[in-house]
Design a protein around this ligand. Structure first.
Ligand SMILES: *[C@@H]1O[C@H](CO)[C@@H](O)[C@H](O)[C@H]1NC(C)=O
Ligand SMILES: *[C@@H]1O[C@H](CO)[C@@H](O)[C@H](O)[C@H]1NC(C)=O
Ligand SMILES: *[C@@H]1O[C@H](CO)[C@@H](O)[C@H](O)[C@H]1NC(C)=O
Length: 376
């Protein structure tokens, strides 16, 4: 889980992110003890392990009451195809560990270990291994992606057949997708919107759910500068780095990113905003602005706003956040819509509406539009 230098309440240094049927470990989960970096993981019923690392100093070991026996090193896990590792199957045990037996300096990796009875166990797990990234072509209902480098990936080029409301992206492994306590980071508002969207994910593990088994594809690659890409008629997703999205854990993945900054000017007819946030302290209030409308949030809650404009309306959108605590977590999806301008709306009846927003926001939008009209 997340380490924020010096600001961290000690309670959250508890290692690894634990799900109902899996665990995700990273280098920061190692504890230095008896001259070795080591971290325990669960395998109560037998399990499958996946990692994006091929380091030969990283081992799976088992404590037999006396010594830590080497079972395999990461260079011998996963088979021949680096981008599509085979699961490494382990029998049930309560004394498995990962260990660094090398240069005593753990570097980036993600280790995903999932119970043999977990849902969606046939899901392909892929590893981003080069600058090009992965083309996820196929008919699978789900794809899980591992990538510990840069702490950020970006999905785009969704195409093909999806069930309505899909694709979705979870910042978890395939097992948690089946749990009602886990929410997607991104959920397509329409097929067209999905095909135009670029979704930035600040997680070492993520799963795409298509909802069906038709032919479809997507592209995912390292997002080296942690940036966001925008397109009209598409979605933008912001989240706290390391965001997990399952209500039963307060943990986040470890991330070197502690700051989010973005600004852009879409010209749209509609904007739907949906967000969740938890334990965001006052001095790390998330600053979200849509023109002069202040949608900042802190504390714990949900955000839901809908804005409609009678004709394409240029919005100044901005997002800014700086992490101050390890436990703060939040995610916001913004869906920008660009239908045909409504011919029934003449300039004299022009008005803007925000379905759930306050009278102030409505009044404000109307006043912006009126002042823009006044310019002509
Ligand atoms: C990694 O493990 C394989 C077999 O499990 C072994 O042949 C190889 O020597 C190991 N590499 C290191 C560096 O220990
Ligand atoms: C796992 O368990 C099976 C069945 O008990 C056994 O045949 C196999 O040798 C075990 N594998 C390891 C690596 O211990
Ligand atoms: C967030 O925290 C500040 C205190 O710094 C408070 O004034 C504000 O009302 C809180 N809520 C929002 C939405 O900013």
């Amino acid at each position: 889980p997340l380490i924020v230098a010096a600001l961290l309440p000690l309670s959250v240094t508890e290692a690894r992110v634990t799900f109902t049927n899996s665990e995700v470990l990273q280098a920061s989960d190692f504890a230095w003890k008896d001259n070795v970096y080591r971290a325990a993981f669960k395998c109560d019923n037998g399990c499958s392990a996946y990692t994006d690392s091929r380091a030969n100093n990283l081992y799976i070991t088992e404590y037999d009451g006396n010594v830590y026996k080497a079972i395999v090193n990461f260079s011998n896990m996963g088979g021949n195809v680096r981008a599509l590792p085979d699961p490494y199957k382990l029998n049930a045990s309560n004394s498995y560990y990962i260990e660094d037996r090398g240069e005593k300096k753990p570097y980036d990796f993600v280790f995903y270990v999932v119970d043999r009875h977990a849902p969606n166990a046939d899901t392909p797990v892929m590893v981003i291994d080069d600058d090009w990234g992965i083309d996820g072509n196929g008919e699978e209902r789900l794809f899980t992606i591992l990538s510990s480098k840069y702490d950020s990936v970006r999905y785009d080029q969704f195409a093909g057949g999806f069930q309505k409301g899909f694709p979705r992206i979870y910042s978890t492994g395939f097992d948690a997708v089946a749990e009602k306590e886990c929410r997607p980071l991104y959920q397509a508002s329409s097929q067209e919107s999905a095909s135009l969207s670029s979704i930035t994910v600040f997680s070492p593990i993520s799963t795409v759910e298509y909802g069906n088994t038709e032919a479809h594809n997507m592209h995912v690659a390292w997002n080296k500068d942690n940036s966001f890409a925008h397109n009209i008629r598409s979605s933008t997703v912001y989240s706290s780095p390391g965001y997990v999205g399952c209500s039963y854990t307060i943990q986040s993945y470890s991330s070197s990113i502690d700051k989010i900054e973005d600004g852009f000017f879409p010209s749209v007819i509609s904007l739907d905003i949906n967000g969740v946030y938890d334990q965001v302290t006052k001095d790390e209030t998330v600053l979200l602005r849509v023109d002069e409308i202040i949608l900042d949030f802190n504390g714990t809650g949900t955000l839901e706003k809908h804005f409609f404009y009678p004709s394409p309306f240029p919005l100044a959108c901005s997002m800014s956040w700086q992490r101050k605590t390890a436990t703060a977590r939040w995610a916001v999806q913004m869906d920008f819509g660009m239908g045909e301008p409504n011919p029934a709306v003449s300039s004299t009846t022009l008005k803007a509406e925000s379905t759930t927003s306050s009278g102030f926001e409505k009044a404000f939008l109307v006043s912006i539009i009126v002042s823009i009209i006044a310019l002509f």
